[in-house]
Structures are given as C-alpha cells and as structure tokens.
Design a protein. Structure first.
Length: 305
C-alpha cells in the first residue's frame, strides 16, 4: 500500500460530485475522496539532480529545489554541496513560529569554487508562456497567486514578475542587509505561519517534501531571533547531498501530486470548502499557503516486481 502524506500544491472546480441516492442532490467530494480517485499520471517524481538530502542524527530532510527560479543561487548551493561545505556544520537558529536556519554560523569555513555573493534573484520575469496554474482566491500579498512547477507563487502581471512565496516548509537563502549577500551558504526553512512579508525580500529556492518535523520540533533558540547562544546547543549536520549523488537503493522514493491536472483543481476545491462531516460552515476561500501538496511513498526500483 502506498501511503499519502499531506506534506508539504487558473483553478476552478470542474465536477466530480458524489451521488447520495435517488432524488438526493450530489454531494461534493471530500479531500479523501478526491485523493482516492488519483491516478498514477496525477503524480510526478522529483528530479534527483534537484533534490537535497539534509542528514541529521534524527533522520533525513528531503528538499526539492526549483529548476526554474534563482538559477545562480541553486547552482551555487549545488557547488557548496559538492564541496561538502555543509558537512559538520549545524542548525544554529530556530525561531518559534518562523524559521530554522543552518550554515556557517561562525563564518570561518572556506569555499573552493562556490561564491559568497550573488545578485538578487528573489523575483523572475513572467510571461504568458509560463505554465502558471492560477488560484482565483484573493491574496493580501500579491495581485495573484498560484503554482508554477509545483511551487507556490505570487504573480504581478502588470510588472511582469513572479516569485515563490514563503509558505510553510519553503527553503530560503539567508542574507545580510544587502540583497546580493545571500549565496546559499546559509539556508532556512519556514517552520511557522507563512511569513509572507518576506516575499520578494529574500530568495526562495525550494521546499521540504519530507522530514519537516525534524526541523519544526527542534528546541527554540533563546538568543535574539532564535539563535542558539552556546555552540553545544546547535544541531549538527551529518551531511548534505544531492539525491543524484546517492545510490538509488539509498534514496527516499517519493512522488508529488502534480499541480497542473484536473484532479488538482478538485483537490483545491475540497480544501477551500471542506465537506467532511465535522465542518459546519464552508470558508469559500483558500490561501495559496493553505494548500499542502500531497506527497506519497513509492516502492524503490529494487523492490518493484
């Protein structure tokens, strides 16, 4: 049996109601009923060349990197990983209802070919050819929102810009005051209510697919901004690797629900207006960060018949 994890995905409900009986009106499906109707074609496998494994003593955090946004930052992160830059460093900041951050806390680790200064890539140019799946609900931080390549985005068509939004589980680049001081040598993951005020102020490069609880449950730092005040409080990083550099038998085998399918439109509607028996009042609204994209385990190639 495949397990489905609601991990951390122009939409309009297009049907799929369930009949209750003769003469009774059809009842819109619940989220569980929508997901039960998913076919294999509704899922996709993340590219191992754009998947990071953050290995902690408590387990593995699986992070999908964007293949479209922030190409210079992502290339630099891959270079840092190849140099084993993060191995032996630590999670040094955990701020309640905000972020968990890791990297070179003491700023003493050298890099070989990776750089420490990259131009700002917090937004990218938008055009009509981009396969953006729009969410019709209004948003307080962007004129429009939706998904691109499975990542939540804000859209401003007037200026021709699109950016990834700071939803729960998103991976961002730590920086100083200047926008070009973030290189990927310090990374953070959102572990609280979506801090959308960071949108377009910080470069976002991906999101956690599995293992967010290994970061969100860490002890909170007691220093300013949640920094661990003593080195022994830090959470050591064993290693960070690209999945493509890990033997296939040791990879975490996952599939992610596609955001460009009719089934996803039904999934969004089931989250907008919950039909479970517990709910009394429908919301008639959903925020892009309230749509958690389902992730499921799949058999490894070695175990497939």
């Amino acid at each position: 049996m495949r397990r489905i994890h609601l991990a951390i995905a122009s939409l309009a409900f297009t049907g799929g109601a369930f009949a209750l009986g003769p003469g009774e009106p059809a009842k819109p499906p619940t989220t569980a009923q929508v997901m039960e109707s998913a076919k294999d074609s509704d899922w996709r496998r993340p590219d191992p060349a754009n998947t990071l494994y953050l290995e902690l003593a408590s387990g593995r955090v699986v992070i999908e990197l964007s293949s479209r946004f922030a190409p210079q930052h992502i290339a630099n992160i891959k270079t840092l990983v190849a140099e084993k830059f993060f191995d032996g460093l630590a999670v040094m900041r955990v701020q309640d209802n905000f972020v968990a951050q890791w990297g070179d806390a003491d700023k003493t680790r050298p890099t070989e070919s990776a750089t420490r200064k990259i131009p700002d890539e917090s937004v990218m140019a938008s055009n009509k050819a981009l396969p953006i799946v729009k969410l019709h609900d209004t948003d307080g931080y962007a004129p429009e929102t939706g998904w691109l390549d499975g990542f939540p985005v804000g859209i401003e068509r007037k200026s021709g810009r699109v950016w990834m939004t700071h939803c729960y589980g998103m991976l961002g680049i730590g920086r100083d005051n200047s926008p070009d001081t973030g290189s990927g040598s310090e990374l953070y993951v959102v572990i609280g209510q979506a801090p959308r005020q960071l949108d377009r102020n910080v470069v976002v490069v991906g999101r956690v697919l599995r293992g967010i609880e290994l970061l969100s449950t860490l002890p909170r730092g007691t220093g300013p901004l949640g920094v661990y005040e003593k080195p022994e409080q830090r959470v050591p990083i064993i290693t960070v690797r690209l999945a493509s550099a890990v033997p296939e038998a040791e990879r975490t085998q996952l599939e992610v629900l596609r955001t460009d399918s009719p089934l996803f439109a039904r999934y969004v509607e089931s989250r907008r207006n919950r039909r479970d028996d517990w709910y009394i009042v429908p919301a008639h609204h959903i925020d892009v960060c309230n749509i958690t994209i389902p992730v499921r385990d799949v058999p490894s190639p070695a175990s497939s018949p």
